[in-house]
Design a protein around this ligand. Structure first.
Ligand code: DGT
Ligand code: CA
Ligand code: CA
Ligand code: ZN
Length: 578
């Protein structure tokens, strides 16, 4: 659908208008329209054909004309004019934390800053700190954000890369002569970001497969193409390309190739050492004793020959998997998950109703969900006042009565305030079945704040009504660095009080991350994996959270939303002391 593209175009118009000092009312109306376009489930091309665009909320006649122009020509005049007037680098500046449209405008007008490089120069020279609205703290924050972005350059989030790679793998599977296709590399390991996509397929005639692959519709550039392998770039979204490597192997080397190209490099180095110690050779074609092949058809054969259980890809990072013993690790799987305990609805900033979310969850086979809308201080997320929350609780209970086949728990995603207090009084929290406590404001640890993020988190953990800490570090993958938390103290307190730590499964977060999961498990913490879905489709992100849990070594017993509802309720009641 063209919807997402149109939404981006409208968002861009609003950004550029704001930078160029356009009318606030018009900017707002473009933003509102962008949100509508991104949210609507109906095909805009169809709506336009039926002359029904203006039925959408926030879409007037002017917006409808621009939508039609985009559908007909791929252009919007207003956007073209803005882009002519302003350097394109300004949009990249908006991706930096702390550089909103107003600051971008000031830096551009007064110091002619139009690229990230320009920005770095004026930070170094001290000129930026002299501009109105830029204090020393805000400049150092911007510098940190640039440094963070630079370490992440060229990587793609798991949740963007995986569906994209699966579609390509599916396309490879349809080629004649192809027997088997697997995604390898960091994607198979479930890494939170990936550099390039690695795909492996089994076929006899490599040349033919490679030729067809390089002619796929999405291919932009062919970097290399030979008899058994090719590297190409494909368009991921406008302006962003992703490298895809395809290798073709025969059946008797498939396991060896899959093992090799799954990596990680560090894991492979250790594995090869085990082979060398036995005077064998291990490479992408197999495990060999002189000329004799010992293994190659399956991964399992290779690991077993080397005295190891088959190691799940998520653990192949040389972080202890070689020392873990003879049993195959049992990791939590998507099929083990019985419910999603952090969902939003239209009551706060979600896009679907309680009933719609419940029905979507039931369709996934879940036994229960918890509706966790935002609390009163989360004003930008339309957080619920105490009064509204009381009515919302009634609405959730009513929905639970009406929807069969799934239990809808009353939950809250309650803010942890800067002073460490919860955003709702205890008597209101006590009416909830389940409470996720999250930090959404004052995330920096510097300055005159009374409590650090660690102290705030610890204070929430000590509240008996807080069931879980939501997205504990607050990081946004490729966009915002995590808060600096003392994870050891937090894990200790969580384990002692029976508070669960969330793995937020949204691919923008994956928070806790793999290493923190490991640390929490070692301290005896139980986890909960939740999608934080703001619409029905968001429920599908559970798999990214499960991959992260697996990378941290979590098994089914470590994850509370694999429990039956009765067992889960008991665990929540335990902490409450009743
Ligand atoms: P990425 O793409 O940066 O997210 O990470 P990977 O792990 O997918 O790395 P990539 O695509 O460069 O290579 C895929 C796998 O191939 C890698 O995980 C292990 C294997 N591999 C590549 N180069 C080497 C190497 O020089 N030595 C060893 N032992 N393995 C390698
Ligand atoms: Ca790769
Ligand atoms: Ca690669
Ligand atoms: Zn949330």
């Amino acid at each position: 659908m063209i919807n997402a593209e149109l939404a981006r175009a409208f968002e861009r118009i609003a950004d550029l208008m704001e930078i160029s000092g356009g009318d606030r009312f018009r900017i707002q109306s473009y933003r509102r329209a962008a949100r509508t376009l991104g949210d609507t489930t109906e095909d805009l091309v169809e709506l336009a054909g039926q002359g029904r665009l203006t039925d959408l909320p926030g879409i007037g006649k002017g917006a409808a004309d621009r939508i039609k122009q985009f559908i007909d020509t791929g252009h919007i005049d207003v956007l073209d004019q803005l882009q002519e007037k302003l350097p394109t680098g300004l949009l990249a500046l908006l991706g930096i934390q702390g550089m909103g449209p107003k600051k971008v405008a000031v830096a551009y007008d007064q110091l002619q800053v139009s690229t990230i490089d320009d920005l770095k120069k004026v930070i170094e020279s001290g000129a930026l700190a002299g501009l109105p609205g830029f204090g020393a703290t805000s400049v150092s924050k911007i510098a940190e954000s640039i440094a963070f972005l630079e370490t992440q350059a060229g990587r793609t989030p798991l949740g963007v890369a995986l569906p994209f790679a699966e579609a390509i793998a599916e396309q490879v599977r349809t080629l004649s002569g192809v027997k088997r296709v697997e995604i390898a590399g960091s994607l198979r390991r479930g890494a939170e970001t990936i550099g390039d996509v690695d795909i492996l397929c089994e076929a006899r005639d490599g040349q033919a497969v490679i030729r067809q692959f390089t002619e796929f519709a999405g291919v932009q550039r062919v970097l290399a193409a030979g008899g058994t392998k090719a590297s190409v770039t494909m368009e991921l979204k406008e302006g962003h390309e992703l490298q895809v490597d395809l290798r073709v192997v025969e059946a008797d080397a498939f396991g060896a190739a899959l093992q090799y190209f799954t990596g990680s490099k560090e894991h492979n180095v250790r594995l090869r050492e085990l082979a060398v110690r036995r005077k064998w050779r291990l490479n992408e074609y197999g495990l060999f004793d002189g000329d004799k092949s010992l293994a190659g058809r399956t991964e399992r054969q290779i690991y077993e020959k080397l005295g190891l259980p088959w190691i799940p890809p998520e653990l192949r990072e040389d972080r202890g998997e070689f020392e873990a013993g003879a049993d195959e690790p049992e990791l939590v799987a998507v099929e083990d998950i019985c419910g999603d305990l952090h969902l939003h609805t239209t009551a706060s900033d979600g896009k679907n109703s309680i009933v719609e979310m419940a029905e979507a969850a039931r369709a996934k086979g879940y036994a229960y969900i918890a509706i966790c809308d935002h609390s009163q201080s989360a004003t930008i997320a339309n957080g619920l006042s105490v009064e509204r929350m009381r009515r919302h609780i009634k609405a959730i209970r009513a929905a639970d009565e009406n929807v069969r086949g799934i239990t809808i728990l009353v939950g809250s995603e309650c803010d942890i305030l800067p002073d460490g207090k919860m955003d709702y009084p205890d008597d209101l929290l006590a009416e909830c079945d389940w409470v996720v406590a999250s930090i959404h404001s004052a995330m920096g640890s510097s300055g005159s704040r009374k409590l650090s993020p660690t102290e705030r988190t610890l204070a929430a953990i000590e509240n008996r009504y807080v069931s879980a800490i939501g997205h504990p570090t607050g990081r946004l993958i490729l966009r915002r660095a995590p808060m600096e938390l003392d994870m050891a103290s937090i894990s200790e307190a969580a384990a002692r009080t029976g508070t669960f730590l969330e793995i937020n499964a949204s691919w923008q977060r994956l928070d806790l991350k793999d290493l923190h999961v490991r640390q929490a498990l070692a301290a005896g913490v139980s986890l909960t994996i939740n999608t934080d879905a703001h619409r029905c489709e968001g429920l599908g992100q559970m798999r990214y959270g499960v991959l992260t849990a697996r990378r941290g070594g979590a098994g089914k017993p470590h994850v509370v939303n694999t429990l039956s509802l009765a067992a889960l309720r008991k665990r929540i009641a335990n902490k409450r002391g009743g």
